[in-house]
Design a protein around this ligand. Structure first.
Ligand SMILES: [Cu+2]
Length: 106
């Protein structure tokens, strides 16, 4: 009985976390990100979906969030969580002209 109660409490807390954090989708198409600028809240994630017939990469050297999601091909996606507030410049290592800015608010 105690275990069941714990399981329910855990499920509710997980649901609560899901409601608070949003997932934003950015499409990579025509060698460009679908948006140049994106506002998100701390804890939100961004899903990058590649709709081009070739590979893209997603990375950032920003102090707020430094990451490298590596390369991903057509029809695949990569996600990153914006866990700190600040500005994050997102780039593609394959195409130097592909850039976007994410503003993460608390
Ligand atoms: Cu690219």
């Amino acid at each position: 009985m105690k275990a069941a109660r714990y399981a329910i409490a855990l499920a509710v807390s997980l649901l609560g976390a899901q409601v608070q954090a949003a997932e934003h989708v950015v499409v990579q198409k025509g060698r460009a990100f679908s948006v140049k600028q994106l506002n998100v809240k701390q804890g939100d994630s961004i899903k990058f979906v590649n709709e081009d017939p070739f590979a893209h990469n997603v990375f950032s050297l920003s102090e707020t969030k430094s990451f490298d999601l590596g390369a991903h091909g057509q029809g695949t996606s990569k996600s990153v969580v914006m866990d700190k507030a600040g500005t994050v410049e997102v780039e593609c290592a394959v195409h130097p002209d592909m850039k976007m800015v994410v503003d993460v608010k608390k």
